[in-house]
Design a protein around this ligand. Sequence first.
Ligand code: AMP
Length: 215
Amino acid sequence: MTRSLTIALTKGRILKETLPLFAEAGIEPLDDIFTSRKLLFDTTVDGVQLVILRGSDVPTYVRHGAADVGVVGKDVLLESGADGLYEPLDLAIARCRLMTAGFPDAPKSGARLRVASKFVNVARQYYAAQGIQADIIKLYGAMELAPLMDLADEIVDIVDTGNTLKANGMVPLAHIADISSRLVVNKAAMRTRHLIIESLITRLGDAVARKEAAS
Ligand code: AMP
């Protein structure tokens, strides 16, 4: 079997919403992705494979052409940059907001604001654009802990229901961007595999439109 298309999907909550859209578009993994320990899956379409990755690795695989197409959150794209990638379709899944957050009415600890985030590039750009001098502290998880432990004054994080912030005594402060998952395509693959990729974009776009119309 020749490989005609490799699609990199983001694991976790995005995957749960991605698979039904791909099924609607006629692509289903041959094994159960949620119970299998495999990372690479053949599908119901000959030559089309799915690879399951951490979100932050999806742009890297697609940018280097190891995968032709990917599904990844806009938050990850904003942070990693979109070099070498087209972003032809908003899949309208895993919607949330990228926000600053902190304790309500917290006094500033010093001349410079201390901000903890895994989105250090987004945070740096955001505070610079606001004219606020900020020291950005890179964390890999549990951002809400940083103000609680007095490591930071504010965080930049994903907010969905706001329950995580509330449970830790914090509130959302400023809205940075609306987030949803996007289809990304390697720029070279878009030329060399134009027909199959265009057809995938059309079928996924139709699936998104049908889902939106039904909700
Ligand atoms: P919530 O308590 O509903 O505001 O959810 C906040 C936490 O869930 C954040 O710390 C994120 O890590 C995670 N989260 C919520 N929505 C998403 C999403 N669409 N993509 C990735 N992570 C998310």
